[in-house]
Structure formats: structure tokens, C-alpha cells
Ligand binder design. Structure first.
Ligand code: NI
Length: 163
């Protein structure tokens, strides 16, 4: 869990940058790429990264939820992602203090500290971001580096990539 707002803010800003890098690499056509037939697509997963942040308002944070409908254009999803990431962080910074992170709320029938909810939100984003990078490959796109080199970046450096 997070004990201070600024510890969360620092991690959130760097993680949001990584997610933005992924979303900004999507193309409109790639949004149709499905995990398997009739399951989530790259587009629905990318939009889920935006819409899931709205759940933070259930914790008492007040910020603009934005459009409900998933945009057709990848650039619009990335743009809305950047907006809601900043709006959510601004709400945490201005509406909560470090003591708020120890307060608990009932989430899915359990008592969650707000600091735990912030951690969950970060991990949830990373989870779906990982799914998205796999779908990017299936859609023929080059995934950006996240926590380390990709297959292509090893090749670019003239090194033998791990298969
Ligand atoms: Ni999810």
C-alpha cells in the first residue's frame, strides 16, 4: 500500500508514461485485434484502462469521468487516457492527504485501505498493459520497451534476442 500521496504520485506518473507509450503505438486497425474470437479486443482493453480509472470516484474522489463511448480512433483513446490520468492524480493530490490513505472503504465486500486501492489501480493497469502488448504483436505492431528491451530493440542493437 502507499503511505504517502507523493510516493503514489511519483509511481503513477512514471507508470502512466509507460502506458501512454503503449497506447500511442496503437493504430486504428489494430483496435479490432481480439484475444480469441468473441473475446476482448485490443480496443476494448485499451479503453478499459481509461474507464477503470473512473472507479476511483467510488472512493470519494471527484474528477471528470469523460466520454462513455469507446472512440474509433486509437489517438483519441490515448488522448483521453492522458487526460484522465492527470485528472485522477490531481484529485488524489488535492482531495486526499497522507492520512486519507489509511482510511478504509468497503470494496467488493471487503475493507480496503485507500493506499491499497491506489496500489491495486497501478497493478491493474500493468496487468492489462501486458495483455495489450501481446495483442499488439498479434496485430503486427511493434510493442514499445516497458521495463526492458523488446525482441526488436535487441535486434536493433545487434544483439541476439531471447526467443
Ligand atoms: Ni480489468
Amino acid at each position: 500500500m502507499f503511505a504517502t500521496i507523493e510516493a503514489f504520485a511519483a509511481e503513477w506518473e512514471s507508470e502512466a508514461k509507460l502506458t501512454d507509450r503503449v497506447l500511442s503505438a496503437l493504430t486504428d486497425d489494430s483496435l479490432q485485434q481480439a484475444i480469441v474470437a468473441d473475446r476482448r479486443t485490443l480496443g476494448t482493453l485499451a479503453w478499459h484502462l481509461v474507464t477503470s480509472l473512473r472507479y476511483m470516484t467510488a472512493l470519494g474522489l471527484d474528477f471528470e469521468a469523460g466520454e462513455q463511448e469507446q472512440p474509433d480512433r486509437a489517438v483519441a483513446i490515448a488522448e483521453e487516457y492522458r487526460r484522465i490520468c492527470s485528472a485522477m492524480l490531481e484529485a488524489v493530490r488535492t482531495q486526499w492527504c497522507d492520512a486519507s490513505l489509511k482510511e478504509t472503504q468497503t470494496i467488493m465486500g471487503e475493507e480496503w485501505g485507500n493506499g491499497d486501492s491506489l496500489r491495486f489501480t497501478l497493478m491493474h493497469q500493468a496487468h492489462h498493459r501486458g495483455q495489450i502488448t501481446v495483442l499488439m504483436r498479434q496485430a503486427g505492431l511493434r510493442p514499445p520497451e516497458i521495463y526492458g528491451p523488446t525482441y526488436e530493440s535487441w535486434v536493433d542493437k545487434g544483439m541476439a534476442p531471447l526467443a
